[in-house]
Design a protein around this ligand. Structure first.
Ligand code: URA
Length: 449
């Protein structure tokens, strides 16, 4: 077997068998295959694709490149959740405490944000004292004690994916269904949960821009999860605008707190409750979606989910008084309010308008605006500023006038603020007619449908 021959085989549209994929993944992880050959292979996959069997073999090879976590010491059915990445997606912070308050153990390894997408670990680090790097023993003990722990991925969890993802990021090979499915599922399988609920995002702020692509990714991941013996469900949800009212790490933590106090934004709550309900069913704690939704609503309304958030923060060394009183969180130095007038003036066609509807936005641009403010990473090494970001006052479908406040931008650097503002203002499309598809949860994909 040689790497050159395998690159050529894939470039010419051939199918690789398990031994060939193992050879490439092992060789790249241990450094005997160089970056330039793996880059060429990834580009060949990008153009030629991989079938289900190849994708499954790639997933398992990456999952087995490091340690598989043994969660058998945790009592009950362990359910994990994963989002394919979006803007303003803070659902893990909401769903985790809800599930734990309903007696479902959640032992979750999460990632950091990259590019226009955010990551749960960065958000949690916005809580003073919170540690995302606790030992495996403490992680397991905490889930047995309070039902919830969220930690960063250990260096030895699917190390092949870490190395390959970094290469994909700089070789324009991220947005390929097989590579995304294998990347996500290798980590989920190695992380050891019994059941996995996937939030597959679709729209302008997601990797998958069309429902057709999102469905293909969802079906591929469900097939891989089931093949690996994990009950796997995928929910396809909208990412054509930021989820909820905030984008940016501490701002999102504060919003998650509001949600658990029963004051969450409608679309964010709809996604969070749908994911929580499917996780509850996967854990065998509800027979149907109606019963699951009732329990989830009850967990929030009774305050039990909020109490669970506080015990989770405390257990991981965080200062729960910030969750109790979110005004204590550090704030960015500068703010800028974007008005309707600025949106009207951003395009020749709308410059003289007095009112309009927000009909669509380039959500990736909004994510990038937050990244420019310092809330996201341009490269894996970038330092992020946890206090900056965007609070949205208006959503798609809303009618706006010149004097309406559309959003407030939070920054610690005036140059970054002015660049982010330009991006934000140009991200929206306006119309004089109401045109809006307000779908939020599109489809649920299981092994049977
Ligand atoms: N998230 C991942 O973990 N991997 C991908 O390839 C894309 C999103």
């Amino acid at each position: 077997m040689n790497t050159y021959g395998l690159i050529m085989k894939k470039r010419n549209g051939g199918m690789l068998d398990k031994e060939e994929i193992d050879y490439l993944v092992t060789g790249y992880t241990n450094g005997t295959i160089p970056d330039y050959q793996m880059s060429a292979f990834l580009m060949a996959v990008y153009f030629q694709g991989m079938n289900h069997e190849e994708t499954a073999n790639l997933t398992i090879a990456m999952a087995d490149s490091g340690e598989r976590l043994d969660l058998s010491a945790i009592h009950g059915i362990k359910v994990d959740k994963h989002s394919t990445g979006g803007v303003g997606d803070k659902t893990s912070l909401i769903v985790g405490p809800i599930l734990a308050s309903l007696g479902v153990p959640v032992a979750k390894m999460s990632g950091r944000g990259l590019g226009h997408t955010g990551g749960t670990i960065d958000k949690l680090e916005g809580i003073p004292g919170f540690s995302t790097g606790i030992s495996k023993e403490d992680f397991i003990k905490q889930v047995n004690d309070i039902g919830l722990s969220i930690v960063g991925q250990t260096a030895n969890l699917a190390p092949a994916d870490k190395k390959i993802y970094a290469l994909r990021d700089v070789t324009a090979t991220v947005d390929n269904v097989s590579l995304i499915a294998a990347s996500i599922m290798s980590k989920k399988i190695a992380a050891g949960a019994d059941a996995i609920v996937l939030d597959v995002k679709v729209g302008s702020g997601a990797f998958m821009k069309t429902l057709e692509d999102a469905r293909l990714l969802a079906k591929t991941m469900v097939a891989i999860g089931e093949m690996a013996g994990r009950k796997t469900i995928a929910v396809i949800t909208d990412m054509n605008e930021p989820l909820g009212n905030t984008v940016g790490n501490i701002l999102e933590v504060k919003e998650a707190v509001e949600c658990l106090k029963g004051k969450g934004e409608e679309r964010l709550m709809a996604v969070s409750k749908t994911l929580a309900s499917h996780m509850l069913m996967a854990a065998g704690k509800a027979d149907d979606i109606k019963e699951a939704e009732q329990s989830v609503n009850e967990a929030v309304a009774s305050g039990r989910a909020f109490d669970k958030l506080k015990s989770f923060v405390t257990a991981q060394g965080g200062d729960a008084s910030y969750v109790e009183n979110p005004d204590k969180f550090d704030k960015a130095q500068y703010t800028y309010t974007v008005t309707g007038k600025e949106l009207f003036l951003s395009k020749e066609k709308t410059a003289a308008w007095e009112m309009a509807y927000l009909t669509s936005c380039d959500n990736q641009e909004i994510g990038l605006a937050s990244m420019i403010l310092g809330g996201g990473r341009q490269t894996k090494e970038s330092e992020i500023d946890l206090t900056v970001g965007i609070i949205l006052e208006k959503h798609l479908g809303d009618k706006i006038t010149k004097s309406d406040i559309i959003a407030t931008l939070y920054a610690n650097d005036m140059d970054k603020l002015s660049e982010a503002k330009e991006r934000f203002v140009h991200a929206y499309t306006l119309s004089d007619e109401y045109k809006f598809n307000n779908n939020i949860v599109y489809e649920v994909i299981t092994k049977d449908n």
